[in-house]
Design a protein around this ligand. Structure first.
Ligand code: PEP
Ligand code: MG
Length: 551
């Protein structure tokens, strides 16, 4: 057994095989299977989904570039349904008893070679098309994105580092744990692992070696260790520890349905952070009072092009309806810094975290912003949606947002399209926003403090820079004072203030947040019940007295 130490992103124990994830390339693996029927069904379902994607692309292209140019997608649809192509894929699955991805890749290569060898120019040109559709099919089969997980069972994903766009596109059912060689504790990939509630480590001194692929391993998230090829005794010990942790989780379940109220009667709202509709199941399982932060940019990161108004509307409406009247705070897109989308075609920047990100993109490219606002306004007629704007630094930004919002509402009214009237809040995640919070509070309906960026900008530490993790002190007195100040300024103006950064889930600070009068904590779904436990065990006036005595 070999042991590698790293830093813990999220606790818990994962036991399974290692899957070495290689960046960028669509590696197709040949995996033997006994259940060829299941593979053929996976192939048929993927083919159907690919067909739908191509239809959507055809319709989009038809509008944007005309019928002649859109026709290529019709050709792709025809190829996808071609009897010879389908027969070849299913035949390979049956005769070689292999996975669908491999069968599609081999068929794609064979057909491409066949087209490339033809005399006719037009037919030779089809070689690229057939490669294109087989790659699209493989992408769908492996969970939605290039580089998805190709495995029949859930695995421990071992990667050099993971970008947020790669992490969101992985099939969550297939991931037991994330282990990276590099990576920062404060990155969005780390945040996603916490949202998923799975054990995760960064900065493990392991070398990304292909020979690790398929080896049995145990990840101890709390200790920050990965054990490769554990012996039987150790495996049994870890299995027992895992069962114990599961029992403890079960115990927390008794807190479901209980109020978030302290012993002396102070209440706090406990909401969940999500990045995806798929996270809704854990939100409901953990009894969240609402959604305090829906990182809508993940919809953009999962797309290959700007998500349309209809696509966004469908997602926001679904989330609002699923939450059945509970508040759903949707943050407008926070693209930029580590969250990159190629199709935004952003210029390279020296300091992307200080560059054109979040609300700055929305205010300089209002057509993108307006599409999202239209979708949000329309969806808010179907549930309790609130809108939240990220990276605010100045009052003029809020005035500009209001002006754009008024234009969007006027356009919807003129078109006879119905919409709701959602409350609007801002994120307090820059020191500038903290300092002008008294003025900001008069302009908006709520505050949500983004401690991840607030720490980055206050302490002048790039949250992505893993070498500075020891300097990234989220308990720094400057940060805690800022939270107090923002909460007080919110209350003066009669609005509420919450925390949606990772610090909100820090159980060692829950009592301090209560003492400051913070109204809401929005945390990863798996943290709701542990925070509720502390809230219900706290006597705030007693804690305040203890603190005064210490001073
Ligand atoms: C934050 O900055 O604290 C926050 C919640 O937003 P994000 O982590 O997505 O930047
Ligand atoms: Mg932020």
């Amino acid at each position: 057994m070999e042991v590698f130490n790293g830093k813990s992103v999220f606790g818990g124990i994962a036991i399974g095989k290692i899957y070495v994830y290689q960046k960028g390339e669509q590696q197709v693996r040949r995996i033997r299977t006994d259940d060829t029927e299941q593979e053929k069904n996976r192939y048929r379902a993927a083919s159907k989904e690919t067909m739908e994607q191509l239809q959507a692309l055809y319709e989009k292209a038809l509008q944007e570039v005309g019928e002649e140019n859109a026709a290529v997608f019709e050709v792709h649809q025809m190829m996808l349904e071609d009897d010879d192509f389908v027969e070849s894929v299913e035949n390979i699955i049956d005769t070689q008893t292999v996975n669908a991805e491999y069968a599609v890749a081999v068929t794609g290569d064979n057909f491409a070679q066949m087209f490339a060898a033809m005399d006719d120019d037009y037919m030779r040109g089809r070689a690229a098309d057939v490669k294109d559709i087989s790659e699209r099919l493989i992408t769908v089969l492996s969970g939605g994105a290039a580089g998805g997980i190709q495995s029949n069972e859930p695995v421990i994903v071992l990667a050099d580092d993971l970008a947020p766009s790669e992490t969101v596109q992985m099939d969550k059912e297939k991931v037991l744990s994330f282990v990276t060689v590099h990576g920062s504790l404060n990155s969005h990939t780390a945040i996603l692992a916490r949202t998923m509630g799975i054990p995760a480590l960064v900065q493990t001194g392991i070398s990304l070696d292909e020979t690790l692929d398929g080896k049995m391993a145990v990840v101890d998230g709390a200790k920050g260790c990965i054990y490769v090829e554990p012996d039987e005794d150790f495996l049994a010990e870890m299995q027992a520890q895992k069962s114990k942790e599961e029992e403890q989780k079960e115990l927390l379940q008794t807190l479901k349905g209980k109020e978030n109220v302290t012993l002396d009667g102070q209440k706090i709202m406990l909401y969940a952070n999500i990045g995806n509709m798929k996270d809704l199941a854990t939100v409901l399982q953990n009894d969240a009072g609402g959604i305090g932060l829906f990182r809508s940019e993940f919809i953009y990161l999962e797309s290959e092009d700007f998500p349309t108004e209809e696509e966004q509307f469908a997602i926001y409406k679904k989330v609002a309806e699923t939450m059945a009247g509970k508040r759903v705070i949707i943050r407008t897109l926070d693209i930029g810094a580590d969250k990159k989308c190629d199709y935004f075609e952003m210029e390279q920047e020296e300091n992307p975290a200080l560059g054109c990100r979040a609300i700055r993109i929305c205010l300089t490219r209002p057509e993108i912003f307006k599409t999202q606002l239209r979708a949000l306004l329309r969806a808010s007629a179907f549930g309790n949606i609130a809108i939240m704007y990220p990276m605010i630094t100045s009052l003029w930004e809020v005035y500009k947002i209001k002006q754009i919002m008024a234009e969007v509402k006027a356009e919807l009214t003129a078109q006879g399209i119905s919409y709701g009237n959602p409350p609007e809040g801002v994120m307090i995640e820059t020191p500038a926003a903290v300092m002008i919070s008294e003025g900001l509070a008069k302009e908006v309906d709520f505050f949500s403090i983004g401690t991840n960026d607030l720490t980055q900008y206050t302490l002048a530490i790039d949250r992505q820079n893993s070498k500075l993790d020891d300097f990234y002190d989220s308990h720094h007195p400057a940060i805690l004072e800022m939270i107090r100040m923002v909460t007080e300024n919110a209350h003066k103006a009669g609005i509420w203030a919450g925390i949606c950064g990772e610090l909100g889930a820090d159980l060692t600070l829950t009592r301090d947040f209560l003492e400051m009068g913070v109204d809401e904590l929005s945390v990863s779904p798996g943290r709701i019940l542990p925070v509720r436990k502390i809230v219900r065990e706290t006597d705030v006036s007693e804690y305040r007295r203890e603190k005064r005595e210490k001073e």
